[in-house]
Design a protein around this ligand. Structure first.
Ligand code: SF4
Length: 396
């Protein structure tokens, strides 16, 4: 059972940079009084300023989804197709290289690459060989690019297909040129929720095992939450609690890598399969709910995971800009193309220019700064000096 403490007590504790408990986090998420919600927002904004400063970062990157052919059937996914189905795609080497060349011409420092779980993706009988080939396609011609690629679900898929360990998959991909792992496929880290929204996906324990292993093996990851569907406030906070523990574990064990950022991905259901869409009862995220969760995430995680990013694809650029006042310090990437959420009916668009992102940040009188994937400063495109927390997290 949760011990309900007054909101001002909890916010005072947070202001003193103490970690709030899961019960206290739930209390914050359950507030509906506008004055108390404002107090939560102001605390999150204050902590953001204290922990990472005023500067808002962005990354010039390109998303490449190499296939949407997928063996799974997540109930929120409008992206997946069966092989041969209308709309199914599987990019070849030339197409991937053309997209990468275009990204480099636009100043990209990162390629973010994820795809469906395509059981036919095997070279010489091994899935791992296909994934290595994808990495080499990019890294052989553009060694300077950071490859942020392959979710914990893709690691689990490769290991299962090839009957090898997660460790072998991560180490091999790292040696081939993958720089970091997207912390996607987390959805909500609660198996009772996962059974409904992504029953075939890796379970909570396996997600945590793979991400923790990545940190131990020197591969940084991001972290995410798919919010605003069937999950409860308790499940949201327990999810944040698991991410906080994962980061604490990496720090306590002095692992060479960490969680670099936290991203909330609110559910977009407009084109998603009907059963979940009907159960949730709406097609687009509720901005107010996402903003409150954004603030609580800053308060709950900020001592451990300092970088927080909203999703402009899901919230629109105006919504994402507003989230910068609720605890976020990064506006994400240019992406250049986006399919997964757009196919689900998101209205935020599929690409942003650097000027779009800079103007959005400037519109709330905050300075901006280009960063790389690991939150290191890239010297041009700066409007100020900034604190750079990167992924070296302050010890308590
Ligand atoms: S979310 Fe990913 S794993 Fe699930 S069905 Fe869609 S593409 Fe496949």
């Amino acid at each position: 059972m949760y011990d309900v403490k007054p909101v001002d007590f909890i916010l005072e504790k947070a202001n003193q940079e103490q970690d709030i408990s899961e019960a206290e986090g739930v209390t914050l998420l359950q507030q509906t009084n506008p004055d108390l919600i404002t107090a939560i927002q102001e605390t999150a904004d204050h902590l953001r300023k204290k922990q990472v400063g005023d500067t808002v970062t962005y990354v010039i990157n390109r998303n490449i989804n190499f296939t949407n052919i997928c063996e799974q059937h997540c109930s929120f996914c409008a992206f997946r197709r069966d092989a041969g189905e209308t709309g199914a795609f599987w990019l070849n080497t030339d197409e991937i290289l053309a997209k990468t060349k275009d990204a480099v011409a636009q100043g990209a420092t990162e390629i973010c690459m994820q795809g469906g779980l395509n059981p036919e993706a095997k070279l010489q009988g091994k899935s791992l060989n296909y994934y290595q080939q994808l990495v080499r396609t990019i890294k052989n011609q553009f060694p300077q690019l950071h490859l942020h690629a392959f979710s914990p679900q893709e690691i689990e898929f490769i290991a299962r297909e090839d009957d090898i360990s997660y460790e072998e998959v991560i180490l091999t991909l790292q040696e081939t040129g993958v720089g970091s792992m997207p912390g996607t496929a987390a959805e909500i880290l609660d198996d009772s929720v996962r059974k409904i929204i992504c029953p075939e996906k890796l379970n909570t324990a396996t997600w945590l095992e793979i991400v923790g292993m990545a940190h131990r093996l020197g591969m940084n990851t991001t972290s995410t939450m798919l919010s605003g569907h069937i999950e409860t406030p308790q499940q949201q906070i327990q999810h944040l609690g698991k991410l906080r523990s994962l980061q604490q574990q990496a720090i306590a064990n002095n692992y060479p890598a960490r969680i670099s950022e936290f991203i909330i991905l609110p559910f977009v259901g407009e084109e998603a399969p009907k059963p979940l869409r009907n159960r949730v009862g709406r097609d687009q995220p509720v901005l107010a709910d996402t903003l409150l969760l954004t603030a609580v995430a800053r308060i709950f995680l900020g001592n451990w995971i300092p970088n927080h990013q909203p999703s402009w694809v899901k919230l629109g650029l105006a919504g994402a800009t507003e989230a910068l006042n609720w605890g976020c310090n990064d506006i994400g990437g240019t992406l250049m193309e986006e399919h997964i959420t757009t196919m689900a009916g998101a209205k935020g668009g599929t690409c942003m220019s650097v000027a779009d992102l800079q103007n959005a940040i400037a519109s709330i009188q905050r300075p901006y700064q280009q960063r790389n994937t690991l939150y290191q400063k890239i010297s041009d495109h700066s409007s100020s000096q900034m604190k750079f927390p990167g992924v070296s997290v302050r010890l308590p």
